[in-house]
Every structure is written in C-alpha cells, then in structure tokens.
Design a protein around this ligand. Sequence first.
Ligand code: COA
Length: 205
Amino acid sequence: MTLEDVPQVEEIEREAFPTTWPPSAFQHELRHNRIARYLVAVEEPEEATDERPEPPPEPGLARLLGGMWRALRAQGEGRERVVGYLGIWLPADEAHIIAVAVRTSHRRQGIGELLLLAGLELARREGRALATLECRVSNLPAQALYEKYGFKRVGLRPRYYSDNMEDAYVMALDGLDTPAVARRLGELRRLYLARWGDVQFRVGA
Ligand SMILES: CC(C)(COP(=O)(O)OP(=O)(O)OC[C@H]1O[C@@H](n2cnc3c(N)ncnc32)[C@H](O)[C@@H]1OP(=O)(O)O)[C@@H](O)C(=O)NCCC(=O)NCCS
C-alpha cells in the first residue's frame, strides 16, 4: 500500500467495518509505524481498445467537452483499482493481522485468500513463527478463511468491539517457521494458483 492507495483503502474500510479508523490513520501507519506492513490487492487496468465510442468532432462546446472527456478517460486508463487490503504488525516475536477486507463487489473471488496468503508469506520471510488476530464471533466468513489457513481459536476477548459489545475470538497459527507449515502454505499457494490463475505476488516490492 502506498499513500496514493489510501483513499481507495478507506472506501473499502467503510464498506467492510462498522467502525473506521480516524482520518489520516492509514497515512500515519504508512509513514511512521515501523512494525506495520500494509498490502493491497489491485486489479490491473483493462487493455485500451478502440471499441469505445469517441465523441463526435464538433466545434465549440461539444469539442471542449470531448477534450475533457478524453482527458478524463486517459486519467482513468492505467490506474490500478484497489480491491482489498491487509494490515499486519510485526512486533518482535509475532505477526498480528490488524485487518483484512475486500470490496463487497469483489468478494468470493479469492482476493481475501490472496491477501492472507501474501501476509503469511511476508510474516514467514520476516522470521515470525506465530500469527495472531482477533475476529468477531459472528464473522463466519472470516473465520472460515482463517481456519482454511490453519488458524485455531485460542481465546475469547469479551465485549471487544465497542460498536455492539461483541466478543472477539483470538485466533492463532503457530509454527510459521517450521517445515510442516511451510509445506502446507506452499500447497495452499499451489491450489490457489491452479484455481484462480493469473495472479502476481509482488510482496515487498
Ligand atoms: C472476510 C473477507 C476478507 C473474505 O474475502 P473474500 O475475498 O470474499 O474471500 P475469498 O473469496 O478469498 O475466500 C477464501 C475463503 O474464505 C472463506 N469464505 C470467504 N467468504 C465466505 C463466506 N461468505 N462464507 C463462508 N466462507 C467464506 C472460505 O473458506 C473461502 O475458501 P473457499 O473459496 O475455498 O470456500 C471478506 O468477506 C470481507 O472483506 N469481509 C468484511 C471485512 C471482514 O470481516 N474482515 C475480517 C475481519 S476479522
């Protein structure tokens, strides 16, 4: 995630969570939090085609509008669209997943899984053995995602979420530094790529 991505990330955050971070929190995280890493999943822009209609070349106002239209189209082209993000903190001895969210319009297309896989690979590369997170007890889709990757419920934080006083499960995946977990993640990555195809991992670029 770069500072440029933040407005789109905030849109996704508003869609995904009942409470959001204060304004400029993401900028602060990116600029100042040395243990934070933020990843985005982006949709590559579509190839430009000649099939889109051009406005007619008319004089006066129509020509001016046509010029603006072309300028806007050119601006839109080449811009990647952020469709999901993941935040992870790396204190000394663990990796704590702060948030993962996907645009509502893009859910169930493997993007949450892609982000989690990339986040866990990052944590492994940074030498962390333990990954942890909190998750609403009612959030079954997220729990299913984490369980698919081997997270187990290891605790409960009563009334953890201030908006509705909902409890949080603490979930953890240990052994990130072991060959067994490395093999399991490798296998999940292979299955992921076989299922979802043309995806590029560019973690840490
Ligand atoms: C949780 C979330 C990130 C999942 O993202 P997604 O891109 O839709 O998920 P994916 O398509 O990658 O699914 C991966 C796995 O997650 C689980 N999953 C995702 N959505 C699910 C759903 N609606 N019901 C059941 N399982 C679901 C499944 O195990 C799925 O694997 P499968 O496809 O082999 O069944 C997304 O629902 C979201 O943004 N929710 C709102 C924010 C949120 O709750 N974040 C988690 C906070 S703890």
